[in-house]
Design a binder for this molecule. Structure first.
Ligand SMILES: [Zn+2]
Length: 461
């Protein structure tokens, strides 16, 4: 099976950041067979299926290097209560979900990912085995980061008491091993399992070591939420006597395959330490902005870190993440020229895939996997289309993404998602969310909740 998309703007995101107007890309089975002038590529592949790419841009799919699909459950709510959340419910709303309902919420996150052009999400959560098969079935090239901790989190958050329990850590490691044995390499290698640590205040030195050992043994990256809040910084300082990034450094959890999620409440010496280790910083710009946190992204990069991007909670929209990242960094530094749209695109594509160990995707180059998106450039907010990357980063929307391909297979074609029943998942997720929040509010009527939810609205059937 060969497909040639011709007459398109090919955004390669390669080392030279080449953008090739009017060119063609040929896809043979799961790989890119050629890229070049349309007449030459068409002549080299007689009999291929052809797709008229005029008015379209073809670019690599995004790597969302830090997300939690299931937290779509708190959309429209937790965006407005900072982090750590000032909503003080003793239970998480997710505890009201059955396993089947967790699957639906994860599918909702996957749907939004595909719609907004992500081909390689890094899903980080606990108990991923519940929905891992559903994630394999989405067609995405997905990294599943089963996260562990050994802290009694409730006592820490509610009572400022930090108690660690080896048994809790061991149980988490068993879940990682189980997920790995069942799903690593599944779906033609599209699914990978990544051992993950939850956060510096929640993981003992012993457990950090065990997680890194698994990452080394399986040749995988790892990750941890890092410098996410001032509460975390205080907690680590009080329990370990150092700052969060210093704590990771002391216990050998700071290396060039470690993706630090957030990296926002960082002291200058932590940025230097992080950079010297050439660790990877996931710039989760949109959630940082919503939380009122800034990220010294340019400083991290200048210090030697690799920048990638992630959406984190309640959203999967990497188009928004790119734009917000560019805005935040320009506002922070007072520099109206840097970062460039091309810089930001590189973080969200090539850098992200590489950080996830996906060396065969993330750029459009001959021999690489055909993981790509097709974007309609003929939109009121994108023309004149002379410098597509800039127009898309500054003005693009997920709705401009028409088609998404992973491994040479369409996951979305001309606006229709092919691997999931989108209307059914959206309707069911709406019902699940309403029901779960209604139950939480019913169980804790005395917990201050300064907003009103229309949980009584039955939604659409
Ligand atoms: Zn997170």
């Amino acid at each position: 099976m060969t497909l040639v998309i011709h007459g398109a703007t090919i955004v390669t995101a390669d080392a030279g950041r080449r953008v090739l107007p009017g060119d063609a890309i040929a896809i043979e089975d799961d790989r890119i067979a050629s890229i070049g002038p349309s007449d030459q590529v068409l002549a080299a592949h007689p009999g291929a299926e052809t797709l008229d790419g005029r008015g379209k841009a073809v670019m690599p799919g995004f790597a969302n290097c830090h997300t939690h699909f299931g937290l779509t459950l708190s959309r429209g709510i937790q965006e407005d209560f900072s982090f750590p959340s000032t909503l003080r419910f003793p239970k998480g709303v997710g505890e009201y979900l059955s396993d089947d309902e967790h699957v639906v919420m994860a599918q909702l996150g996957a749907l939004e990912s595909i719609r907004s052009g992500t081909t390689a999400p890094f899903e980080i959560s606990r108990n991923i085995e519940v929905y891992a098969q559903a994630m394999a079935d989405t067609g995405l090239r997905i990294s599943l980061g089963e996260a562990v901790h050994d802290l009694d989190q409730r006592k820490a958050v509610w009572g400022d008491t930090f108690e660690f329990d080896d048994a809790r850590g061991e149980a988490g490691l068993e879940k990682i091993e189980s997920l790995h044995s069942k799903f690593d390499g599944a779906a033609d290698g599209r699914v990978r399992v990544v051992p993950a640590a939850h956060a510096p205040e929640a993981v003992s030195p012993r457990l950090l070591r065990r997680i890194r050992d698994l990452a080394e043994r399986w040749d995988r990256p790892s990750t941890i939420h890092l410098n996410q809040s001032w509460w975390e910084v205080e907690a680590v300082r009080n329990t370990r006597g150092v700052l969060p990034t210093e704590y990771l450094f002391q216990h050998d959890f700071l290396w060039d395959r470690m993706i630090g999620g957030h990296c926002r409440c960082m002291a200058t010496q932590e940025i230097a330490l992080f950079g010297r280790a050439h660790a990877v910083a996931s710039f989760n710009s949109a959630i940082a902005a919503r939380r009122g946190y800034s990220v010294r992204a340019g400083d991290l990069e200048a210090a030697g870190a690799t920048l990638v991007m992630g959406s984190d909670n309640m959203a999967e929209d990497m188009v928004e993440v790119m734009r917000t990242g560019l805005f935040m960094e320009r506002v922070r530094t007072g520099d109206g020229e840097r970062p460039t749209p091309e810089d930001v695109l590189q973080w969200a594509t090539a850098n992200g895939h590489r950080a996830l160990g996906l060396e065969e995707s993330g750029t459009l180059e001959v021999g690489k996997k055909a993981d790509l998106i097709v974007v309609n450039t003929q939109r009121a907010h994108l023309v004149p289309s002379m410098r597509f990357v800039s127009a898309f980063v500054h003005q693009g929307t997920p709705a401009d993404v028409e088609s998404v391909m992973v491994d040479g297979r369409w996951l979305m074609r001309d606006g229709k998602v092919l691997t999931m029943d989108e209307p059914a998942i959206v309707a069911e997720a709406d019902r699940i969310g309403r029901r779960a929040w209604a139950r939480l509010l019913e169980e804790y009527p005395d917990v201050p909740f300064p907003i009103t939810l229309d949980t009584r609205n039955p939604g659409v059937d």
